[in-house]
Write a protein that binds this ligand. Structure first.
Ligand code: HEM
Length: 500
């Protein structure tokens, strides 16, 4: 038989139409959506896909996805040592020094995970969110009578939110992204070429534009790390602590500035496309904007009056402060719309590798043998678009889908809960999810309350399938067309502020 051997105790075998390379070609042509095609064609809870070198397991069942993400027998970092040099151009020797060949170091790995946990929560998280939103506020507050005319909403958000987030992460004075469209665009050109870069084959030729863009950003980061500016006062604890940890491991400035291109990558790759879809879904539904307006107004104390909530600011009021840490708990519809936008746009592909032979059991009690050394794919798009879980309207945007339903079916609620996996799960559950939620909800809250977004054309919105398992971006040319942000009548003079 051509290709790797198959044991009938492994998950059901899905043979490719073209022997050996068929699934590889399917993935190249259809990107992450290929896994939805395999699922739709086979309706199995887990499958074995023979690849040229080994079998790949793809998990479609939500309960088994959860088991895999939490399993200690499946390594998340097994490919780190192989992939980081390809993605960031860091030397293999550096990676081996940090992590060893298995990608896990008994000191370095837990120290880094602790940094993620502590610097993306509590006061550090609030500081980062506040700084990002000060920047957002400064854009909104300068909108004048003519409104803000935007040619392309996605490009506009990509630049301005990246810029705001970069300030929250790297400070202002020496931050290489600060006021630099060139470096921010280069960061995204690099991001666009992650697919060819990860192949690792002649990157300077095959992935030329991403390769050159990466070098440009890394050169700009170099003086930042050379001057130890990652330890400046206005820098996030995340960037500070990472810098300290890598230096403790004798990392050279060259390798540090190469590796730290990953910071902006993690912080913006999924957050900004998800913000785009959040805005696009909400602002193409005027009645929903009205409902969100009422919901957000209810949590602004200065809009309260004895008989209810004011529809316009009280006379003399000059500024409104939005408390970003309260939004998710106090504005359920605002939060539900974000979750729904993320459900539809997330095409996250969580990767694991089976350490040694193991069994995995589905909720119906059926077990499957997973052989050590094989890769495991956990595609979010399959569970996010399963009609048995979400209902017949699974492909559509339902603003209320994530609202609590006291009369709901408890079993179905549980299934939906485990079928919403945009942030992964288990040990590597995204530590940045609170930041993503806070910035998205706060931007939307200020927009609905004080502004109109005019001109967004729902016929000019189309989602692109992700190449590498990130949040889906809009298809170029289908970003909703030109639009205008205008201040709402009677709210023209309001200054927008954000607090924790
Ligand atoms: C909508 C926005 C976001 C999405 C959908 C997302 C998604 C994910 C997913 C699926 C993982 C798990 C990967 C795995 O299990 O192998 C992850 C991990 C991670 N994310 Fe996010 N993320 C988002 C925003 C952010 C932000 C804003 C930051 C940082 C500021 C961030 C930092 C990280 C880090 C550091 C990890 C690695 C955690 C670990 O390996 O333990 N993410 N993210």
């Amino acid at each position: 038989m051509l290709g790797p051997s198959y044991d009938p105790r492994e998950p059901p075998l899905v043979k490719p139409k073209i022997p050996v390379v068929g699934h590889l070609i399917g993935l190249m042509l259809n990107r992450v959506h290929y896994f939805n095609m395999v699922y739709d064609g086979n309706k199995v809870p887990i499958a074995t896909l023979p690849m040229p070198e080994n079998n790949m397991y793809v998990i479609f069942s939500a309960p088994m996805q959860q088991i895999a993400m939490r399993s200690n027998s499946m390594a998340a970092n097994a490919r780190t040592v192989e992939l980081i040099p390809r993605l960031f151009g860091v030397k293999m020797k550096t990676l081996l020094g940090w992590l060893g060949k298995d990608g896990v170091h008994e000191d370095m790995t837990p120290s880094m995970m602790k940094i993620f946990g502590t610097t993306l929560s509590g006061d550090s998280l609030n500081d980062m969110t506040s700084t990002t939103l000060v920047e957002v506020g400064s854009i909104l507050n300068t909108i004048g009578e003519d409104g803000l005319h935007i040619e392309n909403l996605y490009s506009w958000l990509r630049y301005h939110i990246s810029h705001a987030v970069s300030i929250a992460l790297f400070g202002t004075k020496h931050n290489p992204y600060y006021n630099s469209k060139e470096i921010i665009d280069a960061q995204w050109d690099f991001e666009a070429g992650l697919g060819p870069l990860v192949m690792g084959f002649l990157p300077s030729i095959i992935a030329r534009s991403a390769y050159l863009a990466r070098a440009k950003v890394q050169e700009a980061l170099r003086p930042y790390y050379e001057g130890n500016h990652d330890q400046d006062e206005d820098v996030s604890n995340l960037v500070k602590e990472r810098g300290r940890l890598f230096r403790k491991w004798d990392t050279s400035v060259d390798q540090l500035s190469k590796n730290e291109i990953s910071v902006m990558l993690a912080a913006t790759t999924n957050t900004i496309p998800s913000m785009f879809w959040y805005i696009a879904h909400v602002w193409t539904r005027p009645e929903l904007v009205e409902e969100l307006r009422s919901e957000v107004a209810r949590i602004i104390p200065c809009l309260h009056e004895p008989n209810g909530i004011r529809r316009t600011p009280p006379p003399g009021l000059k500024e409104i402060t939005i408390n970003f840490s309260k939004l998710d708990a106090s504005c359920p519809l605002l939060g539900s719309c974000y979750r729904e936008a993320v459900r539809l746009s997330s095409q996250i592909l969580t990767l694991r590798k089976v350490a040694t032979d193991m069994w995995i059991t589905d909720s119906d009690g059926k077990s499957y043998l997973l052989k050590g050394g094989n890769d495991v794919m956990i595609p979010a798009k399959v569970v996010h678009r399963n009609a048995d879980t979400w209902g017949g309207d699974v492909e559509g945007f339902d603003p209320r889908r994530f609202l609590p339903d006291p009369n709901g079916n408890k079993e179905l609620d549980k299934l939906r809960k485990i079928s919403f996996v945009p942030f992964g799960g288990g040990k590597h559950y995204c530590p940045g999810r609170h930041f993503a939620f806070a910035e998205n909800l706060a931007v939307m809250a200020a927009m609905v309350l004080g502004f109109e977004l005019e001109g967004l054309d729902k016929d000019k919105l189309q989602m692109e399938d992700s190449k590498m398992g990130q949040a889906a971006k809009p298809v170029p040319g289908f970003e909703g067309g030109p639009c205008v942000i205008r201040r709402r009548k009677d709210w023209e003079h309001i200054e927008w502020k954000f607090t924790k």
